[in-house]
Structures are given as C-alpha cells and as structure tokens.
Write a protein that binds this ligand. Structure first.
Ligand code: KG4
Ligand code: ZN
Length: 365
C-alpha cells in the first residue's frame, strides 16, 4: 500500500440510485466520506415490485444529481478523485447501463481511470470496509436478489459453497408482505409485524434441511403462507391484526431457522479447509433483520467463530461498497477501458454452475 486513494462509486443495479466517496490513507482503515442513496420505492409501489424500465429511467435522471451531492457532502470535487468505480453487473440491465454510461462519461471528460465492480463483490467486501477484516472469511450474502455462501479469499477470488435454488430470502419477505397487504419493501414490514406475533401458532416448513449441503430454498414458504392465509379468511372472513402478526412471526422463524442451520453447515465445511479462528460475515439487505443477525451470532459463538455484520445503511444497496470494492480492484492494478460493458449476469465464483434463473429483481448470479 503506497498512496492515499479517493474513489467515487456509483450504484444503480436495482431500485436505488447511489453515489459515494471512499478514501483510504495508507495504514489506516478506509473511510466513507459520503454515501448518498436516492430510493425509488414510491415509483414502484403501485406495481408490487420493481419495474425495470421505470427503474432505468429514474437512474438516468438522478445519477448526475446523486454524484454532485456525494461530492458536495464529501467536500471534494472530481479533481480530488483517483478513480471512478461503477456497478457493471449483475442486475437489471437498464439500470446497470445507466450507471456504466454515467461513469464512462465522467471518465472520458476527466481522464479518471474507470473500474467496473461486481455488485455482489461490493456486498461481499463490505466487512473489510467496516471492520477491516482480513481474507479469508466466510460470507453469507442475503438480499432481495441473492442468497449464497462464499469463501472470500481476495477482492476477486470467491468460492461459492451453496446458495438458493429458487427465491432469495428478501424476495420471500417481499412476497409475504404483498400477500398480507403490508408495505414494500417487505423485510422491515414483516419484521415489525413478526415482533408482535407468536412464531409457534403457524408451523412453516424448513426447506432442504434434510439435505446435507448448504443450498437453500424459500419459494415454498410463500405457498405455505398463502394456504394458511386463505384458510383463516375462509374460516373467519378476514385476517385480524394478530393473525397477520402471527403469520409474519411463523414465516420469519422459518427463514431464521433455515439460515441458522445452513450457516452451521457452511461453517463446518469452511473450517475443514481453514482451521484457524474463522470469521463469518453477513451482508445484503436481509442482513438488516435483527432476528436473523441474532441467530447467526449464536451459531458463530457456538462454533467459536467471530461474527461481523455491517451497519444497516451499508447492508442494503449503496455506493460506498462499490467505491470500496473499486478501491480494492484499483490497488490490485485492475483498470477498465471505455469499452466496459454492463452485465445482467455475473457470478462471483466463475467455476460453480448457476443455481437459479431470473426473478423479480432481475437476473441473478
Ligand atoms: O441488498 P438489497 O438492498 O438489494 C438487493 O436485493 O440487492 O436488499 C433488499 C432486500 C429487500 O428484499 C428487503 O425486503 C430486504 O432486503 N430487507 C429485509 C430487511 N430490510 C431489508 N429483509 C428482512 N428483514 C429486514 N429488516
Ligand atoms: Zn444488493
């Protein structure tokens, strides 16, 4: 590590338009100088999910404003930047293209080096930004579009141990909220209801726990929820506030138990090859869930592993993680040209076969 580096990051792969400035001074922990996120929740709320065309247009309209605000909040200008990092995939292609085009425009106008960043690497490297943890570590990436266990060995060196074979957990939270008439995004709404509910009243399945691997499945939970909801409506003519809370609590307990058990297995596999004191990190929007965090913390404590989770604002989509992942790539000598392309799919572990297809949040890796 030689000079101080200041990186501007852009993120636009789903429904958050974000720009951030991250700086690292040699020998010190990287610092987030600004982290601006323009959400699009209200633009999509009438449709019950993210509409890719609406998202792409909103990104194209807001990205430059977002960059201006991020520079202002950092008290810096483009002249102070060493490089510009941008999410180049995976994600909704129109949004990713908006970000890549904006970053290319800035790079062409200023001569700044351009660094394309894998959105998943952004999430997976966040614990290094927030807690300065060293490689290797076991990462559970849980978001609206992704769910995978990864061994992180370097900024671009990841091995996938397993992942969801259908829905991502965030998608399951969002669908649950929709089925119960709760606000989107579903994660925070379902968590709030679950805190007032009885998790034992409704028994949800714990999918794939009968298999020894660390693959997961969440799509059956919404079918189970729909059946339970319809049965209550048929019997009582509607749902009470308590019914809704109990359904949320039962659903969340199933997600918590499944993630806890599969994390136990992933950790055992990881420890076979990495017997020194292991570190387990969690990232992605679902890592904001306090019940999930608590369960993972317990699993790690039992196994003698250190557990780390980024603060909530760096768990959900943001550009500080993209700037930081770009900083790591920049330090390793990576540079992209103005021919950088937006990629809808971009698996972190290029050697493992794809597990899933496309979902509401777009193509997945
Ligand atoms: O990482 P993220 O911001 O976007 C991507 O999917 O890449 O994650 C968003 C997802 C949404 O599905 C949202 O419902 C979920 O994270 N989420 C939560 C919570 N907060 C956000 N899920 C469960 N509990 C939460 N507290
Ligand atoms: Zn994400």
């Amino acid at each position: 590590m030689t000079d101080s580096l200041t990186i501007l990051g852009l993120e636009s792969s789903c429904d958050d338009t974000a720009a951030a400035v991250v700086r690292q001074i040699p020998g010190a922990r990287a610092e987030v100088l600004s982290n601006v996120v323009f959400g699009q929740t209200e633009l999509h709320s009438a449709y019950g999910g993210v509409v890719p065309e609406i998202a792409a247009r909103a990104h194209a309209e807001k990205l430059d404003l977002c960059v201006i605000q991020a520079l202002q909040e950092a008290g810096l200008t483009l002249k102070d930047m060493d490089a510009i990092a941008v999410t180049a995939g995976p994600g909704l292609i129109g949004g990713v293209m908006s970000g890549v085009m904006c970053a290319k425009g800035i790079a062409a106008a200023t001569g700044l080096p351009l660094i394309g960043v894998n959105h998943l690497a952004g999430h997976a490297l966040t614990p290094r930004l927030t807690d300065d943890i060293s490689f290797p570590y076991l990462m559970l990436l849980v978001s609206g579009g992704h769910c995978q266990y990864l061994i992180a060995r370097g900024p671009e060196d990841f091995t996938r141990l397993g992942g969801t074979i259908d829905d991502a957990p965030g998608e399951a939270f969002d669908k649950t909220a929709r089925l119960l008439g709760l606000l989107q995004p579903g994660g925070p709404s379902v968590q709030a209801e679950a805190e007032m509910g009885d998790p034992k009243r409704f028994r949800f399945p714990r999918p794939l726990l009968d298999r020894p691997d660390c693959n997961l499945s969440f799509s059956g939970l919404k079918t189970a929820l729909m059946r339970m909801r319809d049965q209550i409506v048929a019997e009582k003519g509607g749902l009470t506030r308590q019914d809704r809370a109990d359904l949320c609590a039962g659903f969340q307990a199933a997600v918590v138990d499944t993630l806890a058990e599969k994390t136990r297995r992933a950790l055992a596999i990881y420890m076979e090859g990495n017997p020194a004191t292991p570190t387990v990190a969690v990232a992605g929007g679902v890592a904001a869930n306090t019940a999930i965090r608590a369960a993972l913390q317990k699993v790690c404590a039992e196994a003698g592993a250190t557990f780390t989770a980024p603060p909530l604002r760096l768990c959900t989509d943001n550009a500080a993680m993209i700037a930081y992942a770009g900083l790591e790539r920049y330090r390793s000598g990576a540079r992209d040209g103005l021919d950088l392309t937006a990629r809808p799919r971009w698996p972190l572990d290029k050697t493992s076969p794809a597990l899933i297809g496309s979902g509401k949040k777009g193509a997945k890796a």
